[in-house]
Design a protein around this ligand. Structure first.
Ligand SMILES: Nc1nc2c(c(=O)[nH]1)N[C@H]1C(S)=C(S)[C@@H](COP(=O)(O)OP(=O)(O)OC[C@H]3O[C@@H](n4cnc5c(N)ncnc54)[C@H](O)[C@@H]3O)O[C@H]1N2
Ligand code: MOO
Length: 393
């Protein structure tokens, strides 16, 4: 696992490579929680002459028993003080120079003692925590200028197919490459660093060169996974001596997807089928978990939601069907908790359904009836950090 230290701003959205321990007590000194008066012992108290105690100053003079001094929220509590009284709960008799409490005063009230939140050296967050804005705030408070984060897994994207155009309208049997613009941002949302897609056509030699020359942690290929005349992925992996770990999955769309490891601890390879929704299946079920592991992210718990409508199933394979989440209580629905609505345009060559979807429903062989709870695979941007930047096409 590679770890890099990044300034707080740059660490946003990354994953902690080491546990974060406090570099200081928090708060670092006894602190007033309110604007008011620091008092010592039982009242009434003699008001100390001179100005009050403000935040951002060194240790104030000790407060003798029977005295009170004005204090601001965040200021250091003077030694010997026993409580803070909020300004709205005290009456200062300026003529007599005395402070009276208007409510009972308990020992230590409105004093945040040093180390109340944590002691120096105490574990704050485990390795694997995603660095959110709140984590940045905690890290800064705890004394960090830089954070140890996992290096992003590096991903190469190889788009196969002689029939693909990168601009303009389809013509003469050529179609637009829908996967080149999609895979990079998708794997980036999974926490990876992605090189721009390399479009290799249906050229086995170019594929061999790209695979053997890659310095990535993961290579994602699109197309060429089946057994057609120009489907070279299996042949080239065989020639390289790669280990095929998954060679086809009983799922529709996406059944020809594959997972391999190139020799000598080389890159992982996820081979996505060329049909675009089949490629999405492989992204969610193979590339996603693999990249999550490489990036050190803790997988979310699987969850199930009822489907609103009957969903047609494949006779012997699992189906993945694009769905949207909907709140219950819509007219004509059975009530209860949230449900998902299956979308049309879910054929293997179509992206129209998934482009409108929140996730994919896992539909068991034979299909499911309306109201059945099914597992939902979220799309990565549902939980992705919107502050990640990048350019992928
Ligand atoms: N005899 C059989 N033929 C096929 C089977 C099968 O079981 N037996 N499975 C079908 C299924 S299911 C899939 S999925 C595809 C997988 O094929 P490949 O991974 O080899 O993909 P290609 O043949 O290269 O392309 C399939 C399809 O997708 C289009 N495509 C490819 N790349 C892109 C892209 N970047 N953007 C948009 N569209 C793309 C390509 O033009 C083809 O139409 O095999 C079936 N055949
Ligand atoms: O697996 Mo294919 O993926 O049904 O389009």
């Amino acid at each position: 696992m590679r770890i890099e230290w990044l300034g707080l701003g740059a660490a946003l959205g990354r994953v902690l490579g080491e546990a974060l321990a406090a570099l200081t007590d928090l708060p670092p000194f006894d602190t007033s929680a309110m604007d008011g008066w620091a008092v010592a012992g039982p009242g009434p108290w003699r008001i100390r002459d001179g100005g009050g105690i403000l935040a951002g100053h060194g240790a104030p003079a000790p407060l003798p028993d029977g005295e009170a001094v004005r204090i601001a929220t965040g200021a250091r509590i003077p030694a010997e003080a026993t409580a803070v009284i909020r300004s709205e709960h005290a009456h200062a008799d300026e003529a007599k120079g005395l402070l009276h409490a208007q409510r009972s005063v308990s020992q230590g009230q409105d004093i945040r003692p040093r180390g109340q939140e944590c002691r120096s050296g105490e574990a704050l967050l485990p390795a694997g925590t995603v660095v959110t804005p709140a984590v940045l705030g905690l890290a800064a408070a705890a004394g960090y200028d830089e954070l140890p984060v996992r290096a992003r897994p590096r991903v190469d994207v190889l788009v196969l197919g002689d029939e693909l155009l990168t601009a303009g309208l389809p013509h003469d049997g050529l179609i637009r490459d829908a996967l080149g613009p999609m895979i990079g941002p998708w794997v980036h949302a999974l926490g990876a660093e992605v090189t721009p897609p390399q479009r290799l056509g249906d050229d086995a030699e170019a594929l061999w060169k790209a695979l053997t020359g890659s310095e990535a942690d993961l290579i994602v290929t699109t197309g060429g996974t089946a057994a057609g005349p120009v489907d070279h992925v299996h042949r080239v992996l065989d020639r390289i001596g790669a280990e095929l770990l998954v060679d086809g999955v009983a799922v529709r769309p996406g059944h020809p997807m594959l997972l391999a490891r190139l020799p000598s601890d080389g890159p992982w390879l996820v081979g996505l089928p060329g049909n675009p929704l089949a490629a999405v299946s492989g992204l969610l079920t193979l590339a996603g978990p693999l990249l999550g592991g490489l990036a050190g992210r803790t997988p979310g718990d699987p969850y199930r939601v009822a489907v609103r409508d009957d969903v047609h199933g494949h006779p012997h394979d699992t189906r993945l069907v694009p769905v949207v989440h909907r709140a219950s209580g819509e007219p004509g629905t059975a009530g209860g908790a949230e449900h998902v609505v299956p979308l049309h345009y879910n054929g293997p060559a179509m992206l129209r359904g998934i482009a409108a979807a929140d996730g994919l429903a896992v539909v068991e062989p034979g299909g499911v009836r309306s109201g059945t709870e099914v597992e939902i695979l979220d799309l990565p941007w549902a939980s992705a950090t919107p502050w990640t930047e990048g350019c992928f096409t």
